[in-house]
Design a protein around this ligand. Structure first.
Ligand SMILES: *[C@@H]1O[C@H](CO)[C@@H](O)[C@H](O)[C@H]1NC(C)=O
Length: 179
């Protein structure tokens, strides 16, 4: 019995120690960190505008900021999906409807990728978060491109896709950044 205890106690210590050492280090995001993150983005000034205008940035640690980035993209893409479905209800133009139908699926896919990104952030699997952000970029760009397939028509979603791509790129930058 005693010998078994001798084995268990060090194991318990090891467990507690490993558990503590892998706990989240909660360092508040500084202005300099935001600048460094945005320096990694394709459009640093857009990134700075987005992150500095969100009140949560001032209180967040790094993982929380990454969460804020995913949340901003999620809100944006969800709003666009709603807009697309509204346009589909209002339009009977066949050519427009065919692209909008594709875009509804693309944006719904983007929402799914962002949901997965939230889970991967929880697991601190930043590479997978970045992969999901890349997928958000490719599916929303694929929506935009569908308006150019012959016969091309002008896209009502150009700005939405720019926003989605820009916001997904900020997620990517925030996950590339290492303090
Ligand atoms: C989507 O993102 C753009 C760019 O940051 C912003 O101007 C717009 O207000 C956002 N829309 C929503 C619904 O979050």
């Amino acid at each position: 019995m005693a010998s078994r205890l001798l084995l268990v106690v060090p194991l318990l210590f090891l467990f507690l120690f490993c558990h503590t050492s892998s706990a989240r280090v909660s360092v508040k995001v500084t202005k300099l960190m935001v600048e460094k993150i945005c320096g990694l983005a394709k459009n640093p000034s857009f990134c700075l505008e987005v992150l500095t205008s969100d009140p949560r940035t001032g209180y967040a640690d790094l993982d929380q900021l990454r969460g804020v980035c995913i949340n901003l993209a999620m809100v944006n893409v969800t709003d666009t999906e709603k807009q697309i479905n509204l346009m589909l209800k209002r339009s009977s133009k066949e050519r427009l409807r065919s692209s909008l139908t594709k875009c509804a699926a693309d944006y719904s896919n983007a929402i799914e990728q962002l949901r997965e990104a939230i889970d991967f952030l929880g697991a601190r699997d930043y590479d997978s978060v970045r992969d999901r952000a890349s997928l958000v970029i490719s599916v929303t760009m694929s929506c935009e491109l569908s308006f150019r397939t012959p016969p091309p028509i002008s896209s009502p979603l150009t700005q939405n896709t720019k926003n989605a791509v820009g916001l997904a790129d900020i997620i990517s930058a925030a996950c590339t950044f290492r303090p």
